[in-house]
Design a protein. Structure first.
Lengths: 116, 114
């Protein structure tokens, strides 16, 4: 199989603090990982594409200084929400490509972020 | 550019009835199409995918979808709904050029009544 694990599943933080979300491919190497954001009862919106060893590519309208993405290895990408505000509260989901099999993305279970 | 339109934000069926969730796509290049299911506060589970092979695609849990290029559609069907099928369903599109950076539709909530 192809398992992608996100941690934490739930996080509550105070306004102004930073939160780091991890996305790990457990049984395969992922050359590319993607970060999505989902507002309540809405669809998933691609935030950024993360490639191992290089800078992430952000979608239009996504603040790269607020949402820091690091893809330090072939099995780990992290999303750090910096100086979080209540409007950053959302469901964040990552997905990962298997090397040489880019016809299917494997999704993590998501992280529910609540900023109070 | 690619886009996906899911017709009907909410579909209600009775247990045992046919499930039909509609998805139309727009793509200037040959598309790859996917259907995902999402249960509350969980990630996405792939139901099925079309990647330019057979146009009728069978997936998990008895779901299937047919790619119709002339209609730019990829509707999801299941002959007989189960209570456990109640969830949010997303249609998504990408292309070989875009890899698996997916463009999602707005989703359809499926309710199943007994």
């Amino acid at each position: 199989g192809a398992v992608v694990s996100q941690h934490p599943s739930w996080v509550i933080c105070k306004s102004g603090t930073s939160v780091k979300i991890e996305c790990r491919s457990l049984d395969f190497q992922a050359t590319t990982m993607f970060w999505y954001r989902q507002f309540p009862k809405q669809s998933l919106m691609l935030m950024a594409t993360s490639n191992e060893g290089s800078k992430a590519t952000y979608e239009q309208g996504v603040e790269k200084d607020k949402f820091l993405i690091n893809h330090a290895s072939l099995t780990l990408s992290t999303l750090t929400v910096t100086s979080a505000h209540p409007e950053d509260s959302s469901f964040y989901i990552c997905s990962a490509d298997k090397q040489r099999m880019n016809t299917e993305a494997f999704f993590g279970q998501g992280t529910r972020l609540t900023v109070v | 550019a690619q886009s996906v339109t899911q017709l009907g934000s909410h579909v209600s069926v009775s247990e045992g009835a046919l499930v039909l969730l509609r998805c139309n796509y727009s793509s200037s290049v040959p598309p790859y199409l996917f259907w995902y299911v999402q249960y509350p506060n969980q990630g996405l589970q792939l139901l099925l995918k079309y990647t330019s092979a057979a146009t009728l695609v069978k997936g998990i849990n008895g779901f299937e979808a047919e790619f119709k290029k002339s209609e730019t559609s990829f509707h999801l069907t299941k002959p007989s709904a189960h209570m456990s099928d109640a969830a949010e369903y997303f249609c998504a599109v990408t292309s070989s050029e875009a890899g698996t950076a997916l463009i999602f539709g707005k989703g359809t909530t499926l309710s199943v009544s007994s």
